[in-house]
Design a protein. Structure first.
Lengths: 200, 200
């Protein structure tokens, strides 16, 4: 079987959310597995000296237009959350806690967290809200809460952020196929060409 | 007739070049005119505190991969020039000098300057090279040289950069249709949906 598709994303990234709704179908169409890897854009931005897009003077207004129009263009529901952007370390830790037990259910949790934030406007920087979403996915509230405070989970999350930096993952979504990087929801078309016909 | 499509670009922008090879056909398909407006990304970056993409630590290597792969994806010849990125004020002044005489020929000059830089790897930060390209487009060498030094041409160029900033044009290419902004070669698909069916 071909190597799995690496799907790197930040839970605060609207285009990461849009891509998350398509990546499984895209992979399945070409007989690929996926590996989901949330990371923290803030840590990468610090290295690059970059300001989050919504906070860049001229870019911020455009970002809001582009996020909502892109959702309509692709036919994917999306809102600009009331609290945006957010720190996403809690959501990332919930994912890696779940991932240690069951990678498939961790993906479902990630999708549910993204939907909660970008469709239902639930602030997933808030740990109580993260636990609430996890419970809706069938996880145990006390177990998730304990997981969020677990040193091993924190360490795993930090290690994956370091891993992202080591792989030069500087944006979200960031898809890696056979070592080839594709940055952005708007590069899934190039990713699909690669999956369909190989390197080009 | 519908309002013309505003096509804003920096002569140092590879995706501006890619879009420049498509914008006329796209406009014609939907019965639109175009207005070409080179500006200076450096001036906008200064306001936004942004570093040119090729100079961002993790992003620079990706940019080179993405530029070349995007050329292959769209079927448009492109190289990463030996001297990249460059200051593009001289090329912009040549354009606005030509534009004061003949807007259609100014577009041809812009296309030729882009091709010289991104296909033939000619450094268009160099005034002699800019004149050479203009001569190949049928302009008079002495007239172009005088135009590059003309205070009115310098003033027009500066005014258009200010105009870009006033319109929040923060990247290249930046297309405005009926007041709606589309940033990036990868938003021409959304621009086309807008042209075909109106606001969405």
């Amino acid at each position: 079987m071909a190597t799995p598709i690496e799907f790197w994303f930040d839970f605060s990234s609207p285009f990461g959310y849009l891509a998350s709704t398509r990546i499984e179908a895209l992979a399945a169409k070409y007989g690929r597995d996926t590996v989901w890897r949330p990371f923290l854009l803030g840590a990468v931005y610090k290295i690059n000296g970059v300001v989050p897009t919504p906070n860049v003077p001229l870019k911020g207004d455009y970002a809001r237009i582009d996020i909502l129009r892109s959702g309509r263009f692709y036919g994917i529901p999306i809102v600009v959350p009331s609290n945006f952007p957010i720190g996403s370390v809690t959501a990332a830790r919930a994912f890696y806690w779940a991932d240690a037990h069951d990678a498939a259910r961790a993906k479902q949790l990630a999708a549910a967290l993204y939907k909660a934030y970008f469709v239902d406007d639930l602030d997933i920087a808030n740990a109580e809200n993260v636990v609430k979403v996890a419970v809706q996915c069938g996880f145990d509230a006390a177990a998730v809460s304990a997981g969020l405070a677990d040193a091993a989970v924190k360490q795993r999350t930090k290690a994956e952020v370091d891993n992202a930096i080591a792989k030069s993952v500087f944006g979200s979504p960031y898809v890696i196929i056979d070592g080839e990087p594709f940055w952005g929801m708007d590069r899934l078309d190039q990713a699909e060409k690669w999956l369909a016909g190989g390197p080009f």
